[in-house]
Design a protein around this ligand. Structure first.
Ligand code: PMP
Length: 403
């Protein structure tokens, strides 16, 4: 038998199976009401639009190009559409400043690879998207807490990083309707974060996966838009914006993008050449056609449907949660984050819930870089209709009263 252990790179020891993925495998049973997967409702995918787009791309002279290798930067008409979309949210840019990635997950991996040496410090929110922690882990960072309004002086953050044998390399956050908390960093928090990044002289990775899914409240400009307003030139900006079509058109096609200063884009292109050459050509062509045809009306529909589910969940939580349970009130996205009474353990609760109440959710611990805060859970409202949400919260409330 091959002794795999002796040939594995050190970095592989930091790769753990994602709790969510392991969990999703258990959720096939039809009687489980699941608030676990942070995924779009498949009933809302624009399948007909994609069928037409793929059909067109594979018919006639375009078929050769659609099935051929293509450039690492991405399909130019798609990059042009994205540049227009970015302008509409306050970030005017050129197609050349856009790189297509295979989902925004790939951007997180590449940025970890680009920026982190072992023992460097990554500043991340507490909690943070566990897929980002998973992507960065391979590059063996130390994590420190990113709290834009926390008033921790930059010097103290930098000194702790040096004492740990590296330096602070970036700040990562999902700023809009975050995974997992659903919360949005307000404008003053974004300005404070830009000040902190200036003081530390580090990039900000702005993960905007849920940006288009606002249900109410006032839109907050992207961090990159605020920085652009300060500096007037994208190439002078330190914010790296990571966007995705996953939550609005289709996660299965794996199409995302990065907008950043030229030195970052150039290096990411080299990384993409080395890693996967380019994202699937056909998927990029179809995404461009579908985005051009229906993006606005489709996202408006998603906002209506998901917004109603968000409302249903907040109302059901108010009805059914016992004293001592607190939760966030997201203005968009897919998640509500619950803080349970001290000492309760989300993972234990999930085990009991699957057994007695048949309700699934994600225990919160895995979203904390230090594995703390076991008394938290994440609920996704994106895939359940209002009746299921009501029944699910009733069951969860019953369980919480019983423990
Ligand atoms: N960032 C966040 C905050 C996410 O929640 C997700 C998906 N769950 C991703 C990035 C990755 O999405 P994708 O690779 O499909 O764009």
């Amino acid at each position: 038998m091959m002794d795999w252990q002796q040939v594995l790179a050190t970095r592989s020891g930091r790769m753990k199976a994602s709790e969510i993925r392991e969990l999703l495998k258990l959720l096939d049973q039809p009687d489980i009401i699941s608030f676990a997967g942070g995924i779009p409702d498949p009933a809302l995918f624009p399948a007909a639009a994609f069928r037409d787009a793929m059909d067109r791309a594979l018919t006639g002279p375009m078929a050769g190009a659609a099935l051929q290798y293509s450039v690492s930067e991405g399909y130019r008409p798609l990059r042009e559409w994205i540049a227009g979309h970015m302008a509409s949210i306050g970030i005017p840019c050129a197609a050349d400043q856009v790189l297509i990635t295979s989902g925004s997950q790939q951007a997180l991996d590449y940025l970890g690879k680009l920026l982190l040496d072992p023992a460097d410090t990554a500043l991340v929110t507490w909690p943070a998207y566990m897929g980002a922690l998973g992507a960065f882990n391979a590059y063996e960072p130390r994590y420190d807490r990113l709290d834009p309004k926390g008033n921790r002086p930059a010097e103290a953050i930098a000194e702790a990083a040096e004492a740990a044998g590296g330096r602070v390399k970036f700040a990562y956050l999902s700023a809009d309707f975050a995974n997992p908390t659903g919360e949005t960093l307000d404008r003053s928090g974004r300005e404070a974060l830009l000040d902190l990044a200036e003081a530390l002289d580090i990039p900000i990775i702005e993960d905007a996966a849920y940006q288009a899914l606002r249900y109410d409240g006032e839109a907050v400009p992207p961090i990159l838009a605020l920085e652009l307003a300060r500096k007037g030139d994208l190439d002078a900006c330190r914010t790296i914006y990571s966007g995705s079509f996953s939550k609005v058109l289709s996660p299965g096609l794996r199409v995302g993008w990065v907008v950043a200063a030229a030195p970052v884009i150039q290096r990411l292109v080299l990384m993409k050449q080395a890693a996967d050459l380019h994202s699937p050509t056909l998927n990029q062509i179809a995404t461009e056609q579908v985005a051009r045809a229906i993006f606005d009306e489709h996202t408006a529909n998603l906002r209506r449907v998901y917004g109603a589910r968000r409302d249903a969940m907040l109302a059901a939580l108010a009805r059914h949660m016992p004293e001592g349970v607190r939760w966030t009130r997201p203005e968009g996205g897919m998640f509500v984050w619950l803080t349970l009474p001290e000492g309760m353990e989300g993972a234990d609760l999930l085990a009991r819930s699957l057994k007695s109440e048949r309700v699934a959710f994600v225990p919160g611990r895995a979203f904390f870089a230090d594995g703390s805060n076991g008394n938290t859970i994440r609920l996704a409202f994106s895939c359940a209709d209002e009746a299921m949400i009501e029944e699910g919260m009733k069951r969860l409330g019953r369980l919480l009263r019983a423990v």
